[in-house]
Design a binder for this molecule. Structure first.
Ligand SMILES: CC(=O)SCCNC(=O)CCNC(=O)[C@H](O)C(C)(C)COP(=O)(O)OP(=O)(O)OC[C@H]1O[C@@H](n2cnc3c(N)ncnc32)[C@H](O)[C@@H]1OP(=O)(O)O
Ligand SMILES: O=C([O-])CC(=O)C(=O)O
Length: 377
């Protein structure tokens, strides 16, 4: 237990690094006092409303929104790097059927590293090239795993299609109506970046040893998988299915709270009065419910949100509306966190390049609480 610590400096410990400021960043700013978030100075709600995900990726990497010709050049680069090798497809086919797609994706990123001939990667130009490759290829890997899960032939990427249209096409064989694609694209923008969260920090630690971007992304995927971080969007949907209908919410919640269980999709380390991204994502979720004419989840969402606020004074986080939105888009639940990876790879890599520019090895201290010194007789 934490309070059995025998150390002169135990009062200095910040468990979970809560409230500790470890570096500067110019990628994004989380303003917990006013529930606000900006990427390179732009409010995330405005970006989600008015931009494509490609524009936001460009902004996160290069610090400015692209003009028309920059966007066109960037689009061309990205669209022609989407496909993956026959060798990688062969490896994906050999992954165990029951593997969680996050484990498969983490392994696939490691395999992408083996295929990259540029091993002189300890500088930001190489990292930028690799970041773009990851951005372009992760959707192809996720879609290949998705089709494999359903026993369907893989669909190769179509360079004529936008990032979001192409992803739906590779998963489902068709592009849905534009309103559905827009909800998805908004989720990608809202998930893209969030300062020194656990997965970004994990990757920055890896970069701080002068390691490479694939290693950092592989590590970040591992950190994102857990249910206290990105894995919560899957847990939210499992909970909603378990609850089943709005009349069951109160009993379900009472049972969970009586057992001292955390309610997934609620709470946040930084925001104490609401997550800046929730209103935009909630609107996208409600749009999806309307488009699919499925009113099962919205009443459960509202009741749970209201009861958590009333009983615990805890607000929902981005994973709460994202879970049911992805479900309504037709994705399997265990693919929800891989969708988060596709988005967050932009923010991660922007941070990893920033770490490379101004690096100092990240190496905190610990207070020893083990056996007192002893000796072999
Ligand atoms: C995109 C993202 O990664 S957003 C985060 C996604 N994760 C989740 O949704 C998982 C559920 N939420 C949680 O586990 C937490 O709120 C975290 C991990 C996100 C933040 O944790 P911390 O900052 O360490 O807060 P901590 O766990 O100390 O919680 C403070 C208090 O609120 C309670 N609390 C926090 N979140 C929840 C929750 N979701 N359900 C019930 N109680 C909660 C804790 O039990 C604790 O109560 P106590 O003081 O009586 O012990
Ligand atoms: O910032 C955090 O701790 C978690 C989060 O919301 C994110 O990574 O999007």
């Amino acid at each position: 237990m934490m309070n059995t610590m025998h150390s002169s400096n135990q009062d200095d410990i910040k468990y979970g690094l809560a409230g500790v400021m470890v570096d500067t960043t110019s990628v994004s700013k989380v303003m917990q006092e006013i529930n606000s978030l900006t990427y390179r100075g732009y409010p995330v709600q405005e970006l989600a409303q008015q931009c494509s995900f490609e524009q936001v990726a460009y902004l996160l990497w290069y610090g400015e929104l692209p003009d028309a010709s920059q966007l066109q050049a960037f689009g061309l680069q990205q669209r022609h790097q989407r496909d993956i090798s026959r060798t990688l497809i062969g490896h994906l086919q050999k992954f165990p059927d029951g593997a969680h797609p996050m484990d498969s994706l983490r392994t696939a990123v490691s395999l992408l590293a083996l295929e990259d001939a540029d091993t002189d990667d300890n500088h930001s130009a190489a990292s930028q090239t690799k970041a773009l490759k990851l951005f372009a290829r992760l959707p192809t890997i996720v879609a290949t795993l998705f089709r494999q899960r359903h026993g369907l032939e893989r669909i190769a990427p179509d360079p004529q299609l936008s990032y979001a249209d192409n992803f739906f096409y590779m998963c489902f064989g068709e592009v849905p109506e534009p309103a559905v694609v827009r909800c998805f694209e908004q989720s990608m923008i809202l998930y893209a970046e969030h300062s020194f969260n656990a997965s970004t920090f994990t990757g920055r630690v890896v970069m701080s040893t002068e390691s490479d971007i694939y290693s950092a992304v592989t590590a970040a995927i591992g950190a994102l998988k857990g249910p206290l971080h990105g894995g919560a969007n899957e847990a939210v949907m499992h909970n909603m299915l378990e609850i089943g209908c709005v009349d069951q919410v109160d009993d379900w919640l009472a049972g969970k709270l009586a057992d001292n269980e955390k309610i997934m999709g609620f709470g946040h380390r930084v925001y104490r009065h609401g997550d800046s991204r929730v209103p935009s994502m909630k609107a996208a979720f409600l749009t999806m419910a309307k488009l699919k004419n499925d009113q099962t989840w919205a009443p459960i969402y509202s009741r749970l949100e209201q009861q958590m606020l009333q009983q615990k004074h805890i607000y929902p986080n981005l994973d709460f509306p994202a879970g049911p939105a992805y479900y309504l888009m037709g994705f399997d639940i265990d693919f929800f966190t891989p969708l988060f990876v596709m988005a967050r790879v932009t923010g991660w890599t922007a941070h990893f390049i920033e770490q490379q520019h101004n690096n100092r090895l990240i190496r905190p201290l610990s207070a020893y609480n083990g056996k007192a010194e002893r000796h072999l007789s």
